[in-house]
Design a protein around this ligand. Sequence first.
Ligand code: IPM
Ligand code: MG
Length: 373
Amino acid sequence: MKYTIAVIPGDGIGPEVTNQAKKALDAVAEVYDHIFLYKEAQMGACAIDAVGTPLPDETIAICKKADAILFGAIGDPKYDNDPSAKVRPEQGLLKIRKELGLFCNIRPVKAFDALIKNSPLKREIIKGTDIVIFRELTGGIYFGKKETSKDGQSAFDGCSYTVEEISRITHLAFKAAQSRKKKVTLVDKANVLETSRLWRKTVTEIAKEYKDITLEYLFVDNAAMQLILNPKQFDVILTDNLFGDIISDEASVIGGSIGLLASSSIGKTSALFEPIHGSFPQAKGKDIANPLASILSAAMMLEHLGLDEEADAIERAVEKSLTLGITTEDIKGKNKYSASTSKVGDFISDYILNQHDSNLNFKNIHMGQSTII
Ligand code: IPM
Ligand code: MG
């Protein structure tokens, strides 16, 4: 089959990690006889530098025509440290979410066995954790009315939700739970916020249509604590835009590295796939950033396109790289055995291409001691 993929490398380490995801996709294309046609587009600080806006119309047009979108990262320190900047890279990401109606952000969090020792959390607490966070992505405080008073002495961010906005993601979360451990935890702040009370009411009502699913409720402050105390209690977490942003970064600690967390953002007609880590400007151009989250985002994209076997091939290659220790320094530490970004990408691609060839001693080849036996 032939698929058109819009590729938005973005800022910082975005281009480097996205290149590795493309390598993995090219390997999949070769083995499974597909064609992935990449259409590159700009977004973020690089787009501001090039054309003065973080999301050029051309990028939206390319994305709308594509079967799926692969995105790298966004952000640049020169904007982070300038609160008065009117044009900011992140506006590009928020706008594309809104323009393409990407209302449902899905962030899986798994404790990979090979990485448990990397987590600052205790082995017995995190082993076996398998959570998926459903974060609402086009509503709430991110998109409410924003204002700073003329005298600069006060500022305002409004938060609003409609029943429709809550319902559409809730159905997706419950459906996902049906093929998992059949539990949904709604994370909100219903003891304080009106919008959270609307979430509770709406989700409780919808839950009646899913009799096989257990629905639990947690206030976000407690949820933040429970995620670290006992992450295995969670299956599907359903939450709003801001809470989802915060707890998904927190949950990444369970996986041993934020460099492993992939995500998908789904709308009615478009779908975008991106690592949840940011642009990591300190690592830009150094070939040291972890490409696995981007590669796993490509796997999520394949799954979305109905290519389950192909997605599995990527996931198996990622697991293999972790068990063999062919990983970047965020996982390995800054020792001589850590691999570069592109080396990890080469390994993943090679493993996909040769997955049935048990005679290949991948570890030695990729450690630079080729021993084909
Ligand atoms: C994320 C990021 C974005 C967000 C930023 C870059 C606008 O943190 O995707 O989690 O807050 O949604
Ligand atoms: Mg975030």
